[in-house]
Design a protein around this ligand. Structure first.
Ligand SMILES: Nc1ncnc2c1ncn2[C@@H]1O[C@H](COP(=O)(O)OP(=O)(O)OP(=O)(O)O)[C@@H](O)[C@H]1O
Length: 310
């Protein structure tokens, strides 16, 4: 192997964030239990989990705002400390912005906290406003911006000190679909610029669109981790079929005979099809049972998430 290949391989193998066996309790409540996860350079990693799973506790530990009881967290091979804080930028769920200050003033303020020189501040404020498409609103007070613009500015604040890892906590919650598209575009652009991103979201389609790898957290542990293709192996189905019928018991009994697993997704009765079937073949399988409708779906993150966390 040539030297250049070795160097390239070295950088590919460097792990940006490495969490090993992290434990944290509040009194006798065990919030993180041997949590282990690795985030690779340049990827968007989606940390998913139900309310109270331990996502915020994990993020606060990564940012060194909270001390774990045991376990290790390293960022670029350095244990978390005040020194590693500069490697991380965080855009919290609640925008961290001063509403009466302008966009530029907000960024100057946070850049100063990170100790940037006047010259660096001027340059970074411009670069960050440009990155989030808000140059034309530099002198606008935050309170005059739309919700989507405020969210983009909140992300700009996370970028002002040029971190290596950016943590986006529920970046599009509460936004309309147009504003959401803009934030998704922004996140993809940040990745193309070489940033590594840890994203938490309750929106599973957001994770499907953006994340190269996903970890599902519950009860303070990562239950599964991997690419969407890896996670799909959790559901041995070619397709999921939702059936509406007045004869659900008979449909379930037939499906069981055929070897189709059945599930309830909300009120929907669903069957996992182990082989690809066309519509006519699906109807034939349920012959003699009156079907009101059949809807076919690919296996989605939503199905995997429900399977893993149920
Ligand atoms: N300071 C604290 N003292 C006691 N319990 C706490 C404290 N902070 C968090 N917890 C508990 O720890 C558990 C995990 O909380 P955490 O905020 O990390 O979850 P989360 O996954 O971020 O949830 P959400 O999706 O609702 O934001 C919850 O049961 C929460 O009530």
């Amino acid at each position: 192997m040539s030297e250049i290949h070795k160097i390239v391989l070295f950088y590919v193998l460097v792990i940006v964030l490495h969490i090993e066996n992290l434990c944290k309790s509040y009194g006798n409540r065990h919030v993180l239990q041997n949590l282990t996860l690795h985030i690779h350079p340049g990827e968007i990693y989606g940390l998913l989990g139900p309310n109270g799973a331990g996502k915020t506790t994990t993020i606060n530990s990564i940012c060194n705002l909270l001390k774990a009881d045991s376990g290790t967290i390293t960022i670029n091979h350095q244990p978390v400390s005040d020194a590693t804080k500069t490697l991380i930028g965080i855009a919290p769920q609640e925008n961290l912005l001063y509403k009466t200050l302008t966009c530029a003033e907000n960024l100057h303020f946070f850049a100063r906290i990170y100790g940037l020189s006047k010259r660096q501040r001027q340059q970074q404020v411009h670069t960050c406003l440009d990155a989030v498409n808000l140059c034309d609103r530099a002198q606008s007070p935050v309170e005059t911006l739309s919700g989507g613009m405020q969210r983009r500015l909140n992300i700009a604040v996370a970028l002002v000190h040029q971190p290596k890892l950016v943590i986006l906590d529920e970046p599009t919650t509460g936004l309309d679909i147009e504003a959401r598209y803009e934030v998704w575009d922004l996140i993809r652009r940040l990745q193309r610029q070489g940033l590594t991103i840890l994203l938490t979201t309750h929106l599973l389609d957001e994770a499907e669109r953006l994340c190269q790898r996903i970890g599902i957290l519950k009860g303070g542990q990562i239950l599964v981790e991997g690419s969407l293709d890896t996670l799909r192996q959790r559901i041995p189905a070619q397709e999921i079929v939702i059936i509406q019928t007045q004869e659900e018991e008979r449909a379930i009994a037939r499906a069981t005979e055929l070897g189709f697993t059945h599930r309830r997704y909300g009120n929907d009765l669903a069957f996992w099809l182990p082989e690809a079937l066309d519509l006519k073949e699906i109807i034939e399988r349920f012959e003699g049972i009156s079907l009101d409708s059949i809807t076919r779906q690919p296996v989605r993150l939503e199905h995997i998430y429900i399977e893993v966390t149920r």
